[in-house]
Design a protein around this ligand. Structure first.
Ligand SMILES: NC(=O)c1ccc[n+]([C@@H]2O[C@H](COP(=O)([O-])OP(=O)(O)OC[C@H]3O[C@@H](n4cnc5c(N)ncnc54)[C@H](OP(=O)(O)O)[C@@H]3O)[C@@H](O)[C@H]2O)c1
Length: 291
């Protein structure tokens, strides 16, 4: 039985969906915090069990009979994240899973300036010390994040953000499909995968260029001072620690931490990755897109 955690999250739900295209529902289980939110999966024949990374006993039941467990990384950061991942890895090992998969990141590194990358590196390190075979899916940076970074650029004509660097923006849907393919083709990758990213990396200057093309209106990239930009965010009610983490994301991008590209994702998918242009097209108000 293949168990996927986070089956009610954005990535996890899409992974299960794509997995059901490949594997009979009776071989698929989800471990979710709230089974009440997974009624649609239960109706499709998927085994739905309660599993919370902060409650190891629940994981024992949720992972029962697992041949593979895919751990979708938690949306916490820091020690809480690593502790949750370790609990899930231990539970998957104790359940007798033959392989543990984990949604890592292309930028996973112990010397990153962006906190989530340290968590991914620590989890990968723990996985490599666990005797169970593992696959760390080194996912590209979620393209959805660009929507947040664009801010009000479409209305104002100015994309205002701190100095950045190229990022290989990658669609959730592509990453979910790749994870499902790797689960269905057990053992295809062992250890950390090559970066599963779009084949090109764009900085915000280039994103502004794409937006200009899409809308037919000039969108100018304006570089903001880190501290001033963070102050604007906190002024709008964004918690200070979140604003500071976003600044760290820009710092990491400036260091080229998310610039890696490659063809591994497209090789797995056997089709081109979703271009950032399509994602921006969806993000923008249709009336602003030039046809
Ligand atoms: N590659 C990237 O650029 C990138 C960017 C941002 C985040 N990420 C990572 O990718 C993960 C998945 O992304 P997403 O878009 O699917 O985010 P999401 O919708 O917020 O999903 C996070 C999942 O983690 C689950 N979770 C949180 N705490 C848990 C716990 N204590 N026990 C068990 N499960 C727990 C959530 O469960 P519920 O469904 O019950 O809420 C949810 O399903 C994120 O959590 C984060 O680690 C990657």
């Amino acid at each position: 039985m293949i168990i996927v955690t986070g089956g009610t999250g954005r990535l996890g739900a899409q992974i299960v969906d794509r997995l059901l295209d490949r594997v009979p529902a009776e071989r698929v289980g989800v471990s979710v915090r709230d089974p009440g939110r997974a009624g649609d999966l239960a109706a499709r024949g998927v085994r739905v069990r309660h599993g919370d990374f902060t409650d190891p006993r629940s994981l024992g039941e949720a992972f029962e009979g697992a041949t593979q467990v895919l751990i979708v990384s938690t949306n916490r950061t820091g020690e809480a994240a690593t502790a949750q991942h370790i609990a899930a890895i231990d539970a998957a090992r104790d359940a007798g899973a033959g392989r543990i998969l984990y949604t890592s990141h292309q930028g996973a590194a112990a010397d990153s300036v962006f906190a989530p990358m340290l968590d991914h590196a620590a989890t990968e390190s723990y996985l490599s010390r666990t005797r169970t075979p593992f696959t760390a899916l080194r996912n590209g940076f979620y393209a959805d994040t660009v929507r947040l970074l664009i801010g009000r650029a479409l209305e104002t004509g100015e994309l205002v953000a701190p100095a950045d660097g190229p990022v290989s923006w990658t669609a959730h849907a592509d990453l979910a499909e790749a994870a499902a393919i790797v689960l269905a083709d057990e053992g295809r990758f062992d250890g950390p995968t090559p970066p599963l990213t779009a084949p090109n990396a764009l900085d915000l200057d280039a994103i502004a260029g794409v937006l200009t093309e899409l809308t037919g209106h000039p969108i100018r990239r304006v570089v903001a001072d880190d501290a001033e930009w963070a102050a604007t965010l906190t002024g709008r009610g964004v918690p200070a620690d979140r604003a500071s983490m976003l600044i760290d994301m820009f710092r990491a991008a400036r260091r080229g931490e998310f610039a890696t590209t490659g063809h591994a994702l497209e090789d797995v998918l056997r089709r081109p990755a979703t271009p950032i242009r399509s994602i921006l097209e969806e993000a923008a108000d249709p009336s602003m897109i030039r046809m």
